[in-house]
Design a protein around this ligand. Structure first.
Ligand SMILES: Cc1cc2nc3c(=O)[nH]c(=O)nc-3n(C[C@H](O)[C@H](O)[C@H](O)COP(=O)(O)OP(=O)(O)OC[C@H]3O[C@@H](n4cnc5c(N)ncnc54)[C@H](O)[C@@H]3O)c2cc1C
Length: 374
């Protein structure tokens, strides 16, 4: 494509920082760069007409780990690492709340619940037996018990009572959060070019050449915030993980309010006003879901509907309104990957299923990594 002189000068010349990806991480990195260097020319390149990875697709849980997840982490990592992970997730919510403000993303702390299927009695009993120990571990962070038990006031069927309750878990409206972040980024003077896919880059002679499907450009620093798509740039240790979701039409007198984790987090649901958003089921086909293709499969969608009909809303008629999928970035460890790729290229990827909590902080850390001690 031949760009005009004006287009070249106004949009693509003398760029200080170019960011690949306009998800939570890329947008927060851009905001941090502009607040640190108000005159810097910051450009975001985004392949989608909207952000097109996980940040506009997610379930909006502002969570820091269910009891079963924390216990699972304790199997593989030291107490210190696990507690620090929880601390970081909780602390990570603060910059998001400061930047976006609770009222602009409908942030509510209605609590989170975890429960198990009838046949998974063993897992439930194990979690409840270790609940006091985990509460003690987390006391330095929350100063009171995080996990307690509650009866099944939601009339879920085929589950093992009691439910495990976490009064600190919150939820957001993902769309409003991203809309507000995008607005802030534009207002800060950052340019976003949508429908531009970065193909490759090379860092040479103090400048990074960036080749896209539309044009070639140069930038002083390149920040990769493409999360589940990172392997395209040869970044090892991050795999795509598709997550499928559905949402019901409004349900009259819906009693379900809060965030819910089922089957050790492989399924999750919440209310969006009087609808249910329900996702998960990757465990049915882990290999098949290791893809960047954004489609739905019958295997997973049928299972979601089945659980909705027989476990979650057994006595309530409902209709499915929409289905979609998004792409997460996962790896062998739950910590994001923040590192330098070359002298002028850095990456902040592999946000896993916790990007709402840790995405803002990771974006800031990515910007810091790019600027070093400038
Ligand atoms: C269905 C689903 C439910 C989830 N639920 C939750 C939840 O409840 N709570 C929670 O904390 N987390 C949840 N997550 C995870 C969370 O959404 C992510 O961790 C977070 O959004 C990651 O942000 P990011 O900016 O790193 O990546 P992304 O949002 O994926 O952003 C990466 C961007 O890079 C762009 N891109 C990729 N390659 C290129 C390229 N070559 N050129 C240009 N642009 C490119 C993509 O289009 C994308 O917009 C969920 C994820 C999914 C998919």
């Amino acid at each position: 494509m031949n760009l005009s002189y004006w287009e070249q000068q106004s949009w693509l010349t003398d760029i200080d920082y170019t960011i690949i990806g306009s998800g939570i991480v890329g947008l927060n990195a851009a905001l941090h760069l502009r607040s640190k260097f108000p005159k810097a020319r910051v450009l975001i390149l985004e392949r989608g007409f909207l952000p097109n990875g996980a940040s506009t697709k997610n379930a909006g849980f502002a969570c820091f780990g269910s009891l079963s997840e924390i216990l699972d982490d304790l199997e593989n990592q030291s107490e210190e690492i696990v507690v620090n992970l929880v601390r970081k997730r909780l602390a990570g919510l603060e910059p998001l709340r400061q930047t976006v403000r609770d009222q602009h993303m409908d942030y509510h702390v209605w609590g989170g619940y975890e429960f198990f299927a009838e046949e998974d009695e063993g897992s439930q009993a194990y979690c409840i037996s270790r609940m006091p120990e985990v509460n003690e571990l987390l006391k330095p962070i929350f100063h009171e018990d995080v996990f307690t038990t509650r009866g099944n006031k939601f009339s879920f069927k085929k589950i093992k009572e009691p439910l495990i309750y976490n009064k600190f878990e919150g939820q957001i409206n993902t769309g409003k959060m991203m809309e507000t972040l995008l607005h802030k980024v534009y207002s800060a003077g950052v340019k976003i070019l949508n429908n531009v896919e970065v193909d490759n880059f090379s860092d040479k002679n103090g400048l990074v050449e960036v080749n896209t499907d539309k044009f070639r450009m140069f930038t002083k620093k390149l920040l990769i915030a493409s999360n589940g798509f990172a392997s395209k740039f040869g970044i090892q240790g991050v795999k795509p993980a598709r997550a499928q979701v559905l949402v019901t039409k409004p349900i009259q007198d819906l009693k379900i309010k809060g965030t819910f984790h089922m089957d050790k987090g492989f399924y999750y649901f919440r209310n969006i006003e009087d609808r249910i958003l329900f996702g998960g089921g990757r465990n049915l086909d882990l290999k098949g879901e290791e893809t960047t293709e954004m489609v739905q499969t019958d295997l997973i969608q049928n299972r979601l509907e089945d659980l909705l009909r027989n476990t979650i809303l057994p006595n309530t008629p409902f209709e499915i309104d929409q289905r979609w999928s998004g792409i997460m970035g996962v790896g062998d460890t739950k910590a994001p990957m923040l590192k330098s790729i070359s002298a002028n290229v850095v990456c902040g990827v592999r946000l896993g299923g916790m990007g709402v909590a840790i995405g803002s902080l990771t974006g800031r850390e990515l910007a810091e990594l790019a600027t070093g001690h400038d």
